[in-house]
Design a protein around this ligand. Structure first.
Ligand SMILES: [Zn+2]
Length: 461
């Protein structure tokens, strides 16, 4: 054994270090070992010193205070908190146990805005629906007393596009199950992993429909439950305990800060992310990374000299529980024209594609942006129309220019809204590539004297 180990050690030493370094370098478009210390400082600091920061809670308020201190300490000006009210929900106890035919515990977690079971839990027969259309098809009132199990099969995709379609069971499934009279609903986690952790996330209830207990099973437990259904003709039964609470109205807030431009009369460049996270993790990828990327890019541009336009960062509050911050920001700033908006809220995976909604109306600017990002392995996609993310309501409401710097999301939904969304999942090199691409793009935008959209903008949806 020892001989073998020594032989392997000799072999690995024989690979020239430069060959490894070059492969790495070409992948990232950066110096080997690149590490953005400012972005990492934000990411590590927020996730370590604050940790989870559920919307509307004292932890989210602490995150705002922490972020405002950090922004001031790094030279941002006009650092402000814009408070707004939200409806706040907090998790309680959560347990699930299959009572028959093959008794065993399952791993599950309450969905945001889930109703509560009685304090002693509830027991019921589980009714299996393969997808949301099958659930929609049954008559109202036909599921009285039953626990709905809603399966579906989200897969990993590079652009994360499965989240739209396969997220429906979480967003709409509980409301439909409640309308059908169900006592509770469990869904397969909206996630692409096979870890034994469940994915939370907000659900919503149609007007007039009372919330029922609603939880997500980990994917391995969903597989297990489906196998149990295959092996029995008799009833599958389950105990469920969920004790979340509605706290009613509490306050959240949007934190904004600026690098003041040489000509503050020009509409600002808006860099958005969200500061809140789910309560079950430190939200390293969702979305501490996004705020680290946006704020650091602004600072890296400022390092190159005062930009022409003001750069404003928006750390939105209460994104996860209903996009409250984005709506509040758009309402509060409806009369203030924004020059262009970008958002980072998809982890810290490598940026691979540049999209705008002005490639046709301002092709010269699109060309300059393309030249700025191609050194980092980013593909310009002039045929695609950027629509922005959850925190860019203001740009869509104004019909303004939007840029999407698309990240590789192949593994994002393995971690999304789970306890596994922690600092160790962020690759410092990938984070540095994000900052480098954002810096290159914001440098162009913040020094653009003319109308960024050009004439004839294609508005985002
Ligand atoms: Zn997010």
């Amino acid at each position: 054994m020892k001989t073998l180990t020594l032989a392997l050690a000799a072999l690995s030493l024989a690979i020239p270090a430069t060959a490894q370094a070059q492969r790495y370098d070409s992948r990232y478009g950066l110096e080997p070992g690149a590490h953005d210390e400012i972005a990492w400082d934000f990411l590590e600091g927020l996730t370590t010193e604050i940790g989870p920061r559920l919307a509307g809670t004292p932890e989210e308020a602490a995150a705002r205070a922490w972020a405002m201190d950090w922004l001031r300490a790094h030279g941002f000006q006009n650092v402000v908190n814009e408070p707004f009210p939200i409806q706040t929900w907090v998790r309680g106890e959560e347990r699930g146990h299959i009572t028959g035919p093959f008794p065993q515990n399952v791993v599950l977690t309450a969905l945001g805005f889930s109703g509560a079971t009685p304090p002693e839990g509830l027991t019921g027969e589980v009714v299996y629906f393969e997808n949301i259309d099958a659930l929609r098809a049954v008559p109202d009132g036909s599921l009285a007393g039953k626990i709905v199990y809603l399966g579906h099969a989200m897969r990993a995709t590079q652009d994360g596009s499965h989240y739209g379609y396969f997220g429906q069971p979480r967003r709409q499934g509980p409301g439909i199950a409640a309308q059908k009279g169900a006592a509770a609903i469990i869904i397969r986690s909206v996630g692409s992993d096979n870890d034994r952790v469940a994915h939370t996330g907000a659900t919503s209830w149609p007007a007039g429909v009372a919330p029922i207990p609603a939880a997500a099973l980990s994917n391995p437990d969903a597989d297990q439950l489906e196998r149990i259904f295959e092996r029995t003709d008799g009833p599958v039964t389950m105990d469920l305990l969920l004790t979340p609470r509605h706290l009613g109205e509490t306050m959240s807030g949007n934190v904004t800060a600026e690098i003041i431009g040489r000509d503050p009369s020009l509409p600002p460049v808006l860099l958005a992310c969200h500061l809140d996270s789910w309560d079950n993790s430190t939200g390293a990828i969702d979305d501490a990374s996004g705020c680290a990327i946006a704020a650091t890019a602004a600072l890296r541009v400022a390092e190159q000299g005062q930009p022409l336009r003001t750069i404003r960062v928006l750390f939105a509050g209460a994104e996860e529980t209903g996009l409250w911050g984005s709506a509040a920001y758009s309402a509060a700033h409806a009369d203030e024209e924004m020059g262009v908006g970008l958002e980072s809220d998809f982890g810290a995976g490598l940026i691979w594609r540049l999209e705008t909604n002005f490639s046709q109306s301002n092709p010269l600017l699109f060309q300059r942006l393309s030249e700025a990002v191609t050194p980092y392995g980013v593909v310009p996609a002039p045929q695609l129309v950027a629509t922005g993310g959850a925190d860019l309501n203001i740009m869509r409401d104004q019909g303004g220019p939007i840029i999407d710097l698309q990240q590789d999301g192949t593994r994002y939904f393995d971690l999304h809204h789970t306890p596994n969304d922690t600092l160790d999942k962020v690759d410092p090199m990938e984070l540095a590539q994000n900052v480098a691409v954002w810096t290159a793009v914001v440098q162009v935008l913040a020094n653009e004297p003319g109308d960024i959209a050009g004439p004839g903008i294609v508005a985002g949806e």
